[in-house]
Design a binder for this molecule. Sequence first.
Ligand code: AMP
Length: 341
Amino acid sequence: MLALAAARLGFDVAVLTPEPDSPAARVSAHEIVADYEDADALARLAELADVVTYEFENVPAGAVERLVGLGVEVAPGLKALAAAQDRVAEKTFLNDAGAATVAFAAIDAPDDIAPALARLGAPALLKTRREGYDGKGQAWITRPGEARDAWTRIGGRPAILEARADFRRELSVIAARGRDGRVAAYPPSENQHAGGILRRTLAPADVSPEVAAEAMRIAGLILAALDYVGVIGVELFQLSDRRLLVNEIAPRVHNTGHWTADACEVDQFEQHIRAAAGWPLGPTQPFARAEMLNLIGEEALDWRGLAADPAARLWLYGKRDVAPGRKMGHVTRLLGRWAQG
Ligand code: AMP
């Protein structure tokens, strides 16, 4: 979707991916299939590109460092990547930047869990520090006796223990920062997960103007602290007392921002390309409310039925293989005009 947005603005896109026949490469001008850290592949990318972006926060930092060393502009930069790759570094950064999170403890060995659980309160959520997504690498712990089992279940890797957020709803803000430091944020959306996977986004969220403004303020704070260029996704918990805690940040376009493609004049994909290319940012005011439903695993196989629904805007990602829990596409439905309250 980034490549399509870039093409529409007249750019040639080169994709470096370890995956042969990837959806992105099939709609791009150049394809380089190689490991992210392949020196020749990075040199070729540097030769082809004036600016490089990533759409996956687990690209190795070494690859980005090499591109920077070759004189390529990379947006967002290394600081954002480092903050997003490690959950302890992420929460430490957020708190330092003035964005509140749940209380947490770094867990390096199973014996660290019981004292941390005593401090944070039960239940608490054990997550791998690195490379977790869609609820993978997570285990709830209610009693100290469950520590070892939980540690094994997440793969026995360095972890974080998080206090449970007693949230009323989950929100997110998609925001962009340009090279000139200007920030543009879309209004927050409300997100519903099942089994750790996003199912449904409703946007703009049905929250008060104060809560919406606070969520957008927090996103701006984070963007400035990271000296960020591009689009970011900021996931938030709204507590019963209305306080907002940041759950995590994604240094890229985000699944909870897909609705912008159907309900905004400039969507998150175009916005990211604009920011990375040093262009002016576009407007972020939606013209409609929207509901976005992810098509997970075999749900996408009903594309014929979905395509027959005149109210549904269907997006299929062109992934070759269906697998349980895999995001294969999404459907957006517009729910009527929206004007900022
Ligand atoms: P994450 O991979 O951190 O985005 O977590 C996936 C989902 O698990 C979130 O969207 C929440 O629904 C839930 N979750 C994550 N962290 C917590 C927490 N500290 N307290 C309660 N629920 C959480």
